[in-house]
Write a protein that binds this ligand. Structure first.
Ligand SMILES: Cc1cc2nc3c(=O)[nH]c(=O)nc-3n(C[C@H](O)[C@H](O)[C@H](O)COP(=O)(O)OP(=O)(O)OC[C@H]3O[C@@H](n4cnc5c(N)ncnc54)[C@H](O)[C@@H]3O)c2cc1C
Ligand code: SF4
Length: 486
């Protein structure tokens, strides 16, 4: 414990965001560059190095938080990144995007604001990149075994990096034109600039991982043939099927899945398009769904010049404080004000969409909603609460229903699915097909980046054990783990 009085003498201070008026005019990350470094060591010094660090359990990766807090406090950045990389392949992703369940489990959080663990994490890795301390770690020997990884989101990348470093020859197949999964084409630039992915991919290439983009397994390459070509396969294909809203007017122009809307905006930022074919410019925008995906639509619509942005959520507004049934150290459902919400728009809770109305050209113009309440486990509409709101662009951000089955991947491998439509697996991430494993959202259902990385690492250990007879790779989790996270 570096500073025994740190938690008594220093208050919690987080990264400074750029002013709203400035940041909505560009797509760069919302934080003031370099604002963390002057404060981060003192913030890390608030860590109490508890006898039982509950933050370890809060973090699905089991990040060694008190250890790197100590090094960050002493400004020993070299040791800090060594400890951080010991459990997390990509702290620059989680340090920017993780909802930080570790902070909900921080012991200091029982009666004071918790340690800014996520900010310390991102500072350590940013500093490491800046100082040239993140270098390729190619294997000393090759095993002669080959692995195909299907999907290049955080779970596929984590599995590929671990298996490459263990000496196997790994090829990542990705149907999109660029590597990164939802990090690349779901999450907007203002939450994480894509240069962070590019830099990691370069490191992985230098280590020996091979990448094949624009190839959809099941459609462009038969899954069964792939199975024969490689000694093992990791399916990290995500849970990419969007949940629909089958109400009258759904077919109108201007009603889109969030994952039709967001990737186009990211493609503009990549320089592939001048303007997005689906834009919020000069439109009243309604986002249906109150989660992360919905918030990303809100922030994107602000930057595209929407006239108004309204976000609808069928559930009641979460509280500002922990509910009694979500005590410390669990991850509570709290009212969240994301950077996108700071930028404007209105949020309506306990409402349900009944239908959309359009003009004579078939373009959506308005959305009809009704207030709802939960009674005996069922949703009931409240009479007399119907309302109409203007809507020329509607995005559906109501979650995802499971693995994509339209491309033949599931059928050609002969994979069994679980009751929720995800690829079924055993305690070692193995599917019903020998030599075929599954990691991330494809097996878990739509989740978080930190879980995807943890699953990728754990599946890699199982694959390495299958190929080599035993494995020294770490396995932070089992498929059924929920840790302290909902
Ligand atoms: C808009 C949005 C915002 C989010 N924001 C956050 C956030 O802020 N923080 C957070 O923790 N989580 C967030 N999430 C969730 C997080 O992004 C996912 O949980 C995570 O990316 C899952 O990683 P994955 O590797 O399992 O799958 P994915 O990231 O979905 O990657 C799967 C990849 O597989 C590819 N693929 C699929 N089928 C095939 C095939 N047959 N052949 C080849 N390639 C294939 C896909 O193209 C995709 O690139 C967000 C999700 C969305 C949709
Ligand atoms: S990955 Fe997430 S849960 Fe783990 S230490 Fe970082 S912010 Fe916390």
């Amino acid at each position: 414990m570096a500073d025994p009085k740190g938690f008594l003498t220093t208050g919690r201070e987080v990264a400074t965001s750029r002013p709203v008026a400035e940041r909505v005019k560009d797509w760069n990350e919302v934080y003031v560059p370099g604002s963390l470094l002057p404060i981060v060591s003192k913030q890390a010094g608030r860590c109490m190095d508890c006898g039982i660090p509950f933050c370890h359990n809060g973090c699905p990766l089991g990040n060694l938080i008190p250890e790197w807090n100590d090094y960050a406090y002493r400004e020993d950045w070299n040791a800090a990144i060594e400890r951080l990389h010991a459990t997390n392949n990509f702290p620059e992703f989680t340090g920017r995007l993780c909802p930080a369940p570790c902070e909900s489990a921080c012991v200091l959080g029982i009666n004071q604001p918790p340690v800014t663990i996520k900010n310390v994490e991102v500072s350590i890795i940013d500093k490491a990149w800046e100082s040239g301390d993140v270098t390729p770690q190619p294997p000393e020997r090759l095993s002669g075994k080959t692995v195909a990884v299907i999907g290049s989101g955080p779970s596929g990348l984590a599995a590929a990096q671990q298996l490459t470093r263990a000496g196997h020859t790994v090829v990542v197949y990705e149907r999109a034109d660029r590597i990164g999964g939802l990090l690349r084409y779901g999450i907007p630039e203002f939450k994480m600039e894509k240069s962070h992915i590019n830099r990691r991919v370069e490191q992985m290439r230098a280590e020996g991982t091979k990448f094949r983009t624009g190839i959809e397994i099941g459609r462009d390459l038969d899954a069964a043939k792939l199975r024969r070509r490689y000694d093992a396969v990791v399916i990290a294909a995500g849970a990419t099927v969007s949940r629909d809203l089958p109400v009258p007017g759904r077919e109108l122009n201007g009603v889109h899945y969030a994952m039709e809307y967001l990737p186009l905006s990211n493609k503009v930022q990549e320089g592939d398009l001048t303007n997005s074919p689906i834009t919020a410019k000069d439109k009243h925008v309604v986002v249906i769904g109150g989660g992360d995906t919905g918030a990303d639509c809100v922030g994107t619509a602000h930057r595209q010049g929407a006239l108004s942005v309204t976000q609808l959520e069928i559930m009641p507004r979460p509280g500002d404080e922990r509910a009694e049934h979500q005590p410390w150290p669990t991850f509570p459902m709290l009212y969240k004000v994301t950077s996108a919400h700071e930028e404007g728009g209105e949020r309506l809770y306990s409402v349900s969409t009944t239908h959309f109305e359009g003009d004579e050209d078939g373009n959506v113009q308005s959305l009809h909603l009704v207030e709802v309440e939960f009674k005996d486990g069922k949703i009931a509409s409240l009479e007399g609460t119907e309302r109409v709101i203007p809507a020329q662009l509607v995005t559906l951000a109501m979650g995802f229903t499971g693995t994509d089955q339209s491309n033949g991947l599931v059928e050609q491998f002969g994979l069994e699915l679980d009751a929720r439509g995800n690829v079924a697996r055993d305690a070692d991430f193995a599917t019903n097909v020998p030599g075929v494993y599954v990691a991330g959202d494809a097996g878990r259902g739509q989740s978080l980046i930190v879980w995807a990385i943890a699953e990728g690492r754990s599946a890699a250990r199982a694959v390495d054990g299958h190929l080599s007879g035993a494995s020294d790779l770490p396995a932070p989790i089992r498929p059924t783990d929920r840790a302290l996270v909902v």
